[in-house]
Ligand binder design. Structure first.
Ligand code: ADP
Length: 500
């Protein structure tokens, strides 16, 4: 199949979260299965991971019709890095970068940490429309357009409207929701900028309680919808997790699927991870103890293999339950345990955790910042991993943790519920510890449950580690689900069986 990915992020070039990981990985696995997959994304400025000169500048100029008149962009061509399991004899995945300096040559992807760019509506309408214009210019008609999140949500809308009667109109579309909390909401008076008319401003189109909502438009227009875990796909149909769009999602429930994200098994493998102190595997865990002692030394904590070490790596965000962690820690610092946290985000949470670490230097260490390599050392060195998210579309860290034999302590929500098996004291089986309700008390007791298991039922911990490390989170498992969905989408769009 010819599959076009339209996305605002793609690892390793530009990434702020799980979206970038998926767009940078899934196409490689699809290519390996024989599909012609191409990615279109903006050419951002100022990113050390996105060096403009590494990419070939294509001849000519791309003209993209927009509300205020045609916009012109240069196009650069790169490809996803090869190497690792996905690339065995796989054809390259082309990445087309839209070079529009006024809109993308800026220090951030979406805006500063405190304020989104005021022209994001135009910036990302341009991405969606530009991706389709590029297909026409290349004379390459995709069978399926796979759009990601609100930034690309207009692509299915354009396919159904401005492309009417043209070859691209025959392309099916899939819109994947990586996080429903971000919807791309704008002033409805600005709709003209997208090149779409006011006839689209209604409740079954782009209008949502008086606002212009790009994600909502995509949800109505895409042939199929997906999100990144089966549980999240059900949760977002409820008013509790639907972020106001649950009504649309319920109406489209028959066309909505939940497919888990895979992880990059080449990067995250304790048996051959160059970033950790000692390699280890399910059958030989000695190296894990060495990693733990190295982490304790690095964190300035007492170096003791017997003391359980509980870790956090992630954004200090309300979504992730950092407020609840902060409260629970006040009680947990009195346990015989150590806590290592790596993250950035909410400045209040950061200050609070820094204070706590200063008061209990033998128990708590805070690393404030974003440090990819340290994240590996923490996954390898910790015994338990905290992830009590309020909601979690998929989550990656709990999968990395299980692969590293670090038992996750999670709230039973979204992808966490789908990927962690709760400890069963009677059989000793499970891959982590779960809490149902999110409160400081519930978290405190669940962490204490994990610590009690460590002290009193150590063989259970060892068995859980082996079980967790045996799980398969490779993209190989999930790429086939997308393939099936693309085919179904194409058949729905064309009203005929797939010709492949
Ligand atoms: P989200 O996308 O909601 O932030 P995920 O668990 O899906 O959460 O993915 C987060 C990714 O970012 C993981 O790969 C995680 O290791 C990484 N990460 C988050 N915060 C940090 C940090 N402070 N330092 C290093 N890596 C981080």
């Amino acid at each position: 199949m010819r599959i076009l990915f339209v996305a605002s992020e793609c690892a390793p070039f530009a990434k702020t979260g799980g979206l970038g990981d998926v767009v940078g990985a899934l196409p490689k696995w699809l290519a390996r299965r024989g599909h012609d997959v191409r990615i279109v994304m903006p050419l951002y400025g100022y990113l050390p991971t996105l060096r403009w000169d590494d990419f070939e500048r294509l001849d000519g100029v791309l003209t993209v019709p927009m509300g205020g008149g045609a916009q012109r962009a240069a196009v650069r061509l790169g490809e996803l890095p090869r190497g690792g399991a996905a690339s065995n004899a796989a054809p390259p995945v082309r990445v087309y970068f839209l070079e529009h300096r006024r809109w993308f040559d800026r220090p951030h992807l979406y805006g500063s940490p405190t304020e989104a760019y005021g022209d994001n509506l135009e910036r990302f309408s341009f991405l969606s429309r530009g991706a389709l214009s590029l297909c026409s210019a290349l004379n390459w008609t995709p069978d399926v357009v796979h759009a990601h999140d609100w930034q690309a949500a207009l692509a299915p809308v354009y396919l159904n409207t401005v492309e009417w009667g043209r070859p691209l109109h025959g392309a099916a579309s899939l819109l994947t929701i990586h996080n429903l909390a971000y919807q791309g909401e704008f002033d409805p008076r600005e709709l003209w900028r997208t090149g779409l008319g006011n006839e689209h401003l209604h409740a079954k189109g782009l209008e949502h309680f008086g606002a212009l909502n790009l994600l909502k438009g995509g949800l109505w227009h895409a042939t199929f919808l997906s999100t990144v875990s089966p549980t999240y796909s059900r949760e977002i149909q409820s008013s509790e997790h639907g972020c106001g769009l649950d009504g649309v999602l319920r109406e489209r429930a028959a066309d909505l699927r939940g497919i888990l994200n895979g992880i990059d098994g080449d990067e995250w493998d304790p048996a051959r991870d160059p970033l950790i102190s000692a390699p280890y595997s399910r059958d030989d865990l000695d190296g894990k103890t060495a990693c733990k002692m190295a982490l304790q030394r690095e964190a300035g904590l007492p170096v003791r293999a017997t003391t359980p070490l509980v870790a956090w790596v992630g954004r200090f965000a309300y979504q992730k339950g950092i407020d609840v962690v902060a409260h629970a820690l006040m009680g947990l610092v009195h346990e015989e345990a150590q806590f290592v946290l790596l993250g950035t985000g909410d400045p209040k949470a950061e200050r609070w955790l820094a204070d706590l670490a200063a008061r209990y230097p033998q128990k708590v260490r805070l690393f404030a910042g974003f440090d990819h390599k340290l994240a590996h050392r923490i996954e390898a060195g910790a015994d338990f991993f905290l992830m009590p998210s309020r909601f979690e579309p998929c989550g990656l860290n709990q999968m990395y943790s299980q692969r590293y034999g670090t038992l996750p302590i999670v709230r039973a929500t979204g992808g966490l519920a789908d990927t962690v098996r709760n400890y069963d004291e009677s059989s000793g089986r499970g891959t982590g510890f779960m809490l149902l309700e999110l409160s400081p008390d519930a978290l405190y007791h669940t962490v204490r449950w994990a610590l009690a298991t460590w002290w009193q039922r150590r063989p259970h911990i060892d068995a859980m580690r082996r079980e967790a490390m045996s799980l398969d989170w490779s993209w190989d498992r999930f790429a086939g689900d997308y393939e099936l969905l693309y085919r179904q989408a194409w058949e729905r769009r064309r009203g005929q069986p797939w010709r492949g």
